[in-house]
Design a protein around this ligand. Sequence first.
Ligand SMILES: Cc1cc2nc3c(=O)[nH]c(=O)nc-3n(C[C@H](O)[C@H](O)[C@H](O)COP(=O)(O)OP(=O)(O)OC[C@H]3O[C@@H](n4cnc5c(N)ncnc54)[C@H](O)[C@@H]3O)c2cc1C
Length: 456
Amino acid sequence: MEQRLLEALKDISGNENVATDETGLLAYAYDATRLKGTPGAVVRPGSEEEVSKILSLASEREIPVVPRGAGSGLSGGAVPCRGGIVLSFERMNRIISIDTKNRIVTVQPGVVTADLQAAVEEKGLFYPPDPGSLAFCTIGGNVAENAGGMRALKYGVTRDYVIGLRAVLPSGEIIRAGVKTAKGVVGYDLARLIVGSEGTLAVVTEITLRLIPLPEKVITMTAFFAGVRDAGEVVAAIMASPFTPRCLEFLDSDALGAGARKIGYALPEGAGAFLLIETDGSLDEAARQMNGIHALLKNKALQTDITQDKAASAELWKLRRSTSQALFSIAPHKINEDTVVPVSRVPEALEGFREIASRFAQKIICFGHAGDGNIHVNVMTDRADPERLKAAEEAVSEVFRLVLSLGGTISGEHGVGLTKLQYIGMELSAAEIDLQKRIKSVFDPKGILNPGKIFP
Ligand SMILES: Cc1cc2nc3c(=O)[nH]c(=O)nc-3n(C[C@H](O)[C@H](O)[C@H](O)COP(=O)(O)OP(=O)(O)OC[C@H]3O[C@@H](n4cnc5c(N)ncnc54)[C@H](O)[C@@H]3O)c2cc1C
């Protein structure tokens, strides 16, 4: 990157907050997909004003800028595939205010999601979205990806909690979008447009989130089944009942085996599928919901364990939480898709994924947020082997075709980024893609903000 530009970046954010050395750049070259793109510089701004100055400079010189949270994204969103400046938010990590009277919290984008949750819980309030990565991902990344999580089934996703934000446009202009009140309908809802825009429309510098009261009680149950069909039928039965668990998580037999091996868990004899179910509310309500759900599945389950104790619940969660990492250790270059189908069609989808695996001679392992139909489909391939990768990509196309034919979507929470570029046309028409590209060019006429993402 040109020396004069680097000097200008150092003048804005300070020498110590601009990295150009090989190691410094390498650390920001990847996200969790392990796709790579080398930036020309990494800048860690300390304020919105600095972000604005950096963007005006980049816009003037037509240099790509890639916003970055923790780099835990699973679609390549934070990968600087066209070089340029990575704008990393680790210094902008302050909880600005927790307003208990109005049940809102205002934060900088670099706050780690789990830290935000812990801070509001201390005040008896609850921020429900809980991506599996919450211990390290940032709220800025969650907003940009409209992250979901285990509790989305009952409480919704990030978008349902963002009521307002501040952002910097690629030109350097600072805008406010949304409100800090319970209602607000003045003009277009730009906050909702920016949420889920994968860092391609504006750089988010401040976020206001609505909070709800912390539920009094949480009850956790794990249930093991002989196979995927039984578990899938139980998921459909629960969702057709009057009960609404806050989590309804699913592991198929391979995911279960991998997770159990990773943490040394002795599975019940014959276990071929697993559900983790949580209910919450007042003590009576949480118990009423859990008893109802238990009655629905007890004849099909091989074993169930239920607890109201926090520490015992964390033990029950270990199997579910260990899965993703366990599968990464088996196949570091696996393809991980996050398909969604209407929940009533989960059994058909699981059956279909099995058929596709056998037709394309691929190992496909499924787990995920079954209660909202969000199944993570893991094709255990090796991206480094072109032959195996080609067959795996054909299987992925078939998976997407099946999901769309069942009325679903090809991505529930990870976004398009780089990994789904080639598939976006399967779900959106040419006219829909064209409209979205025109929206992008209104925000970013020079195409400098996170270029190469979403649109083929
Ligand atoms: C083990 C594991 C489990 C996961 N589980 C879930 C899950 O349950 N649910 C889920 O939804 N996701 C999950 N993810 C994916 C990932 O954690 C989320 O997408 C998360 O929101 C990314 O946050 P991040 O801070 O790491 O963002 P990054 O990966 O750094 O960036 C993601 C996107 O956000 C943009 N961005 C970041 N900050 C800003 C900003 N301030 N302004 C504008 N754009 C910005 C980037 O440009 C990029 O496009 C998981 C990932 C892993 C590794």
